[in-house]
Design a protein around this ligand. Structure first.
Ligand code: NAD
Length: 693
């Protein structure tokens, strides 16, 4: 009665059902069926007195099997609630033997057992809220019965991972063990049988709270405040509150209904999309998963400016030694000091232990000599954004670095293929486009040059995980995926201001939509000079009359006045010394008014809906071009870039997913009404009734 995902063995009068569905014992259809079959066999066998349900080396179970998401197997019988029903209603005691991860459906399964023996290193969680859902197999009803309403609500609303020993003394766990979990669980089962202990069905327990109404009133305010208008956290609360209903089954029904509502919510659809998109992004379409990678044990960083020092910190944090190079000692000292300052501030805030900071700092070797780079496995260049400077650096690297070393550039706008051609080893050259601040931002665009070797790409994707970045592959083009799209977005924001909206209105509308900050505040933070430099180049390359490079009068004048943003104390807003609050500035209002006059524009009222639509669709249209050209591998990669690199609201799933939700036909129609030319890919997909994702 074993199948490929479960094993049934007999130890005396105890049956042991082992779950074995690598890598994390996801509760696949085969696993669920195997458990039910094992339970039926144990029930039917007069020689069996109790059952132990145990996981494998990876732990008990991390929950649903994500490879079944969206497939029929996911909901095929026996469903998880049905499996739990069989266990809870068994006539013989069932003991869960819990180690490693016991999460989501895995924890709900354990809660259906009559007893729980747990390894002290195990950890539990109900993380469904992170996908905009709630635990839908009785978790919201059984957990409060074991650890109390408050602790259960905390776990369910936060999705946090909690070490099992935190619940020592509660009825959640019957016994803690430090070793030999299976033997101990079998011994425990033997004792239950010998002492003829009654079956403890969690559903029969009562939920207790001294003042439940007052508590839920308070909790609703707290949860409401942090849920930012998204439905899952409050539905979690409602489900937990239903555990107070007089009948367990009524509570269970309430949980099921709330779960079904969340399954259909836009928020959950978006979060599930991102969950899979992030996993997908690390895969390179034409590269097998087992492509050999190069071993990266040491890293060189060229340039200790804003980006170089942030980049270095990523590797130091991962325990990888870094050699950081500058041409002048003052610049080197400044860069090294800024790295140490970041560690000091983390220590001061209690985020990092002092000895860890010392350890990490000790991995940094500052240098002025290229000789110190002869043995590093990877170099990341982050010098000034000028092709001539890059050329000098890459020629030098080519002459000093060992064969097989990967040579990466952090350039944001320059042609990576040109940079690769400065060396005699273009196959080893790749782009590693970090985002500022590089030690904080999760996104890394890995730029694949025309000649970049497959194993170099595979190495960079793997290394990204090691330094805790979410990497997305981009082909070579102006601005790569993220900045190429953001330039269209910023240009559209400018047009909207020329037409009649204020800078504050545009930022306000986008922030209300959920962007971390509006386009003008973002410009002030990143530095308006960056966009200006790009525009000046485009005016020359395309001529200022062309739509792609239409002169941005207001933005250009702002920069001519030296208003580069926060760093100069003024940009689209003014800033008081030492403060980051963006204050409205009459100077900017004056610039806007003058530009409108000059352009012969009579200002009109622009609604918040129009602002959001035009700015998001500007991203979408360029994203479609990027897909068509093969610069991005898949639409979901673009969504990941925007979520992790540009503060696009997570519960909206990214710009391409957002457009899918609106329906591409309606997106095309809207673009045409705006007088735009929709990218051919959008028109094609819309005509075929398809979506990007
Ligand atoms: P930065 O001016 O802060 O730092 C550049 C550093 O390089 C300076 O410390 C300078 O002394 C040093 N340098 C210049 N020439 C050098 C040489 N020949 N050898 C060694 N060191 C040299 O600039 P940054 O903002 O850190 O940008 C660096 C690179 O990163 C650029 O290519 C930029 O386009 C890219 N980038 C910047 C950002 C950002 O937001 N700042 C984001 C992504 C990528």
């Amino acid at each position: 009665m074993s199948n490929e995902a479960t094993m049934y063995l007999q130890h005396g009068n105890i049956a042991v059902i082992t779950m074995n569905n690598p890598p994390v014992n996801g509760l696949s259809h085969a696993l669920r069926s195997g458990i039910v079959a094992g339970m039926m066999r144990a029930e039917a066998d007069g020689g069996i007195a109790a059952v132990v349900l145990i996981g494998n080396d990876s732990g008990f179970s991390a929950g649903a099997d994500i490879s079944e998401f969206g497939k029929r197997a996911m909901s095929a019988e026996p469903s998880l609630p049905a499996v739990i029903d069989v266990i809870e209603n068994a006539t013989k005691p069932v003991i869960a033997a819990i180690s490693g991860n016991c999460m989501g459906g895995g924890l709900e399964l354990a809660l259906g057992c009559h007893f729980r023996v747990v390894h002290s290193a195990a950890q539990i969680a109900l993380p469904e809220v992170k996908l905009g859902l709630l635990p839908g197999a009785g978790g919201t009803q059984r957990l409060p019965r074991l650890i109390g309403i408050e602790a259960a609500l905390n776990m369910i609303v936060s999705g946090a991972i909690v070490p099992a020993p935190k619940f020592k003394g509660s009825p959640l766990f019957d016994q803690f063990v430090d070793d030999k979990l299976q033997d101990e669980a079998i011994a425990f089962a033997g004792k239950v049988v010998a002492e003829a202990k009654p079956l403890k069905r969690v559903r029969d327990l009562k939920v207790r709270h001294a003042k439940p109404d007052a508590f839920f009133l308070f909790a609703r305010n707290m949860v409401g405040a942090v849920s930012k208008g998204y439905p899952a956290p409050l539905k979690c609360l409602e489900a937990v509150q239903a555990s107070l209903l007089p009948s367990f089954d009524a509570g269970l029904k309430a949980e099921r209904d709330l779960f079904a509502q969340l399954m259909m919510s836009d928020e959950s659809k978006a979060l599930r999309h991102l969950f899979f998109s992030e996993r997908m992004a690390s895969k390179i379409a034409d590269l097998p998963d087992d492509t050999a990678v190069r071993n990266i044990k040491s890293v060189g960083v060229i340039g200790a400016g804003t980006m170089g020092s942030g980049i270095a910190i990523n590797f130091l944090n991962a325990g990888i030694p870094v050699v950081i190079l500058e041409t002048k000692s003052e610049a080197l000292e400044r860069g090294v000091a800024s790295i140490h300052k970041i560690y000091e501030s983390q220590v001061a805030k209690g985020k990092l232990k002092p000895e860890r900071a010392t350890e990490r700092g000790a991995l940094l070797k500052p240098t002025l000599s290229y000789d110190d780079l002869s043995q590093v496995d990877l170099v990341i260049e982050a010098v000034f954004e000028e092709l001539g400077v890059k050329q000098a650096v890459f020629e030098k690297l080519d002459s000093v670095c060992k064969p097989g070393a990967i040579l990466a550039s952090n350039t944001s706008t320059l042609d990576l293929n040109k940079i690769a051609a400065f060396t005699r080893r273009p196959q080893d050259v790749v782009g590693a486009h970090f985002f500022s601040p590089a030690n904080v931002m999760k996104l890394l665009e890995v730029i694949r040059g025309a000649k970049t070797a497959p194993d170099v790409m595979a190495t960079m994707m793997k290394l990204a995980k090691k330094i805790k970045k979410t990497a997305v592959v981009s082909g070579v083009c102006d601005g790569f995926i993220g900045n190429r799209m953001i330039n269209k977005y910023a240009a559209e924001a400018m047009l909207i201001v020329e037409e009649g909206a204020s800078v504050q209105q545009v930022d306000g509308a986008m922030e209300k939509f959920g962007m971390a900050m509006g386009p003008f505040k973002m410009g002030d933070l990143a530095g308006n000079d960056i966009g200006w430099a790009i525009r000046k180049r485009l005016y020359v390359e395309h001529g200022a009359g062309e739509s792609t490079a239409r002169k941005q009068l207001i933005a250009d004048r702002l920069c001519e006045m030296g208003r580069f943003g926060q760093k100069t104390g003024a940009g689209w807003y003014r800033y008081e010394t030492g403060k980051r609050d963006a204050l409205q500035d009459p100077v900017v209002d004056g610039l806007v008014e003058a530009a409108r006059k000059e352009l012969g524009i009579t200002p009109r009222k622009v609604s918040a809906e129009e602002i959001v639509e035009r700015l998001v669709y500007a991203l979408v249209n360029e994203g479609a071009h990027i897909l068509e050209e093969g610069i991005a591998q898949r639409a979901s990669d673009i969504d990941i870039v925007y979520i992790f690199g540009y503060g696009f609201p997570v519960p909206r799933g990214g710009p391409m997913f957002y457009a899918d939700g609106k329906g591409l036909l309606s997106v095309v129609r809207r673009m045409e009404r705006l007088g735009w030319t929709p990218a051919p890919l959008i028109k094609k997909l819309a005509a075929e009734g398809k979506t990007f994702n």
